[in-house]
Design a protein around this ligand. Structure first.
Ligand code: ZN
Ligand code: ZN
Length: 330
């Protein structure tokens, strides 16, 4: 008999094995208090596009050589060119991170790579089902462009959702589960977060981060969405070290509500160290959609300060602009 993984509760839903129960923070009362505070407190305005500019990308066509190329499309979407493959993370090319394209958070500017300029994509890594990470229209565009056989790597319980869109090449992984994309070993790793797309769903699907190991030994980590948690040390120990670490630095205020599910810049720098980051820190999850209450331009400022406080090398910190490509030579 196989044992239930620790993150399945008795009701079959996913639970976090760490002390914080994020789901408890999502009660109606908490959401009401957050929205009430939002109405009373004046917030910084949305940044004009020139403050979060799109710059020309340096995507290798059709594929990179020995170098690793990471291009920020925006939010949690990257094109990762490594190991002779082109991978996307949490791809989002739509105007809004929302169930409706009429209301909901709209992007501050265009995606860093125009959709039509994408090179052939070999596989997509998905961290979880929130609308700023899993965008139905983008899934359909990728299906239409690259075929229904385009491979998706997801945490547990996504196959049916993709199947409804005619996307069938889905590899579901539990935490610590492994698969291969070409020569790249992919391990699904924990994160401290939650999932929900519809009102009645709550943690019906798993959330995750991913660790990639190239054939030449280099490591890449994609953090997805996560609060700071003690799992980073374990991920570093089991799957590190990492030459490229993509971590979220935005969507953290107010702390009383967001801390379990979204780390702040100081925590992101701490996570990088605990993961065994030995190269590039690549910032994500800021400057694209306004989801929470902090000034949208604050995350990079605080990240740079936390980086300096930790006496880490300035050349390893990469707060990319939209479309900017980081090149890590092989
Ligand atoms: Zn999320
Ligand atoms: Zn998110």
């Amino acid at each position: 008999m196989t044992e239930r993984p620790p993150h399945h509760g008795p009701d079959g839903r996913f639970r976090i094995p760490w002390p914080l129960e994020v789901a408890d923070q999502r009660s109606g009362g908490s959401i009401f208090r957050w929205q009430w505070e939002r109405m009373r407190n004046r917030r910084a305005p949305n940044p004009p596009p020139e403050q979060v500019p799109v710059v020309p990308h340096a995507v290798a066509m059709p594929r990179a050589g020995d170098e690793i190329r990471v291009t920020w499309v925006g939010h949690a979407s990257f094109l990762v060119q490594a190991g002779g493959l082109n991978l996307l993370t949490d791809p989002h090319w739509s105007r809004r991170a929302s169930p409706s394209q009429r209301i909901g958070p709209a992007r501050f500017q265009e995606p860093g790579i125009p959709f039509d300029e994408l090179p052939p994509v070999d596989a997509v890594l998905l961290s979880h089902d929130h609308y700023d990470h899993l965008d139905r229209a983008t899934v359909e565009r990728l299906r239409d462009r690259f075929g229904a056989g385009l491979r998706w790597i997801t945490p547990l319980a996504y196959r049916a959702w993709f199947g409804d869109l005619g996307v069938t090449n889905v590899t579901e992984l539990d935490w610590w589960g492994e698969t291969k994309i070409g020569e790249i070993a992919v391990t699904c790793a924990p994160a401290q977060h939650w999932t929900r797309r519809r009102l009645k769903e709550m943690n019906d699907r798993l959330w995750a981060s991913y660790a990639l190991r190239l054939a030449d030994g280099r490591g890449i980590y994609f953090g997805g969405d996560s609060g700071y948690f003690r799992g980073y040390e374990e991920i570093g120990r089991r799957l590190g070290p990492f030459d490229v670490v993509m971590l979220p630095i935005g969507a953290y205020d107010p702390r009383w509500f967001m801390a379990p599910a979204h780390m702040n810049p100081e925590e992101a720098v701490r996570a990088y160290r605990e993961l065994g980051g030995r190269g590039a820190f690549v910032a994500m999850h800021w400057g694209t959609f306004r989801l929470t209450d902090e000034d949208p331009l604050e995350p990079p400022v605080r990240t740079r300060a936390a980086w300096a406080d930790a006496r880490l090398s300035e050349r390893d910190l990469h707060i990319l602009r939209h479309g900017e490509t980081l090149v890590v030579e092989g």
